[in-house]
Write a protein that binds this ligand. Sequence first.
Ligand SMILES: *[C@@H]1O[C@H](CO)[C@@H](O)[C@H](O)[C@H]1NC(C)=O
Length: 631
Amino acid sequence: MIASTFISLLAFPLVTAFYLPGTAPRDYQEGEKIDVFVNTLTPMLNSKLHSLISHDYYDERFHFCQPEGGPIKQPESLGSILFGDRILTSPYEINMMENSTCKLLCQSSVPKEDSKFINDRIKEDYGLNFIIDGLPSSEMKRDLKTNEIFLDAQGFNLGDDETIPDKPALNNHYDIFIQYHLKEGYHSLKQFRVVGVLVYPRTVNSMISGSNSPDCFNTQPLYLSEATNNEFYYTYSVSFIPSDIPWGLRWDAYLHVFDPKIHWFSLINSLVIVGFLIFMVAMVLYRTISKDISRYNAIDLSEDVQEDYGWKLVHGEVFRLPPRPMLLSVMVGNGTHLIMMCIVTLIFALFGFLSPSNRGSLATVLLICWTLFGCISGYVSSRTYSTLGGNQWKSNLILTTILFPIIIFSLIGLLNLILIFNNSSGSIPFGTILAILLLWFLISAPLSILGYFYGMKIGSFKNHSSQQQQINSIPRQIPLIKPFYLKIFNSILIGGILPFGAAFVELYFVLSSLFGNRAYYAFGFLFLTFLIYILTISTVTILFIYFTLCSEEYRWHWRSFLIGGGSAFWLFIYGIWYWISRLSFDSFTSVILYFGYLFLFSLLDFLIGGSIGYIATYFAIRRLYSSIRVD
Ligand SMILES: *[C@@H]1O[C@H](CO)[C@@H](O)[C@H](O)[C@H]1NC(C)=O
């Protein structure tokens, strides 16, 4: 009892990460018009996801009803555009507190050429998305596990292809339920606030010959014929339903976390992994080594020092310049940049600054952090480079600033081209691309250069106090590594699976909400998971490098980066598994897009993990070798 109360107390901020309302409430008088905005059509994740391409609501092939004078674009934040929102006005007429039934929206005609397009989209489970008073249209659902009622905002079906398989019916009638909250103002002035929006679509062949008004209660569904042109009505009904949810809590019903138990289970599971690893590292680094050190330092100098074994033998080698120090420092710099971006964004999310009512705020904050933390990539790269003993600082500066941004921009640009060729509304508009390029060129890149010079001024990470970093003039011979787990490829695989294992349940939820077009809210869990991920990578890499050094293989620089980034390999494999089990794309384009994004995420994960591994190992090794006495 006490334990469960404690857990639910703890869980509260973790689950919902309380949010600050992004906008002021809007009070409506009776009869005042409520705007209905339409967003893109997105594929819905029911049992499987069929596509990754979203379509503009006013894509000509859909023939949806247009407002008089044409639809008008609504202003949106950069992040909202990046996440695929395209919000436009619509011809729906909804007035506060005025119920209506079977209102005619317009008569639509779909030529036979476009019927196939619409029918295919129905088969792919596309959903419509309305936005009313800032709230997404949703369906009321019951979580079968917890029996809780929640609002699922992943859109409502364009059509129905389940009642009769292979015979898709178009949903041309919408029952819109608006939950309102009554607020008595001064002089008993009644004011109403919208606190929930539910839309239930259905298909009805409402055009009856001999009548010129729609019949919304006809029991026949509407099928679009691909042989002849189609004429039919779009209709809607509106009901206002009183609700006692106050305006300030109206998002709560949307912030449903599926299976909080599984989040907890995964978190505890990861904590066990990381606890075990930290224990191992503590054992190794503080008991074995301190014993080693005292024995080593106590050696009578007359004794034969050649009897030494293990990591101490390579003290003259560990700080030898690794191959390609340039690339290594550039990667560590850019990786650290990404780590800082993730951490600060997660902290923002944790404190509720990323309110769901501010559409796209997550992407906006990510973008801002990425821009401002450009200085970190320069700073870390220059200090790492000089630690490694590099001296071509001009090339290093240029590569740090442009290499990975250009790789990532080109990849995104390529995927964007594919989207444009497919007429998807998910493609990033030219203005947004320009804005991002300017952000990079005018703010991020100069900050990176500034950070680089500041890092140069401070110099390397070496501590200058001791002679520990002396390097033998002749490189030692490296014996063949015996244990199989220390072979480079094996250690990447083994080292990578632990951080991946610590994070993958949360990753599953992030992916589901990303593909299900649902916002993700369990930022508390995500933050803790990220911390555990960092700890796991650091400890695993240190352990592996320690054992490697013990077997007298001293080339640890790249090894530590690769082992740290090993989770990227598993991420990619997991992506393939997710594709096989949860996604069933009908078009080859979606497959290409999916693998493009998967590759991009794996690359970012590789940079992040590799940098964590390298930095953690560097400081562990420095600590390790500064504690022994070198003659
Ligand atoms: C509108 O319809 C709903 C349910 O259909 C009903 O509860 C409500 O009282 C009606 N409101 C008005 C203003 O007629």
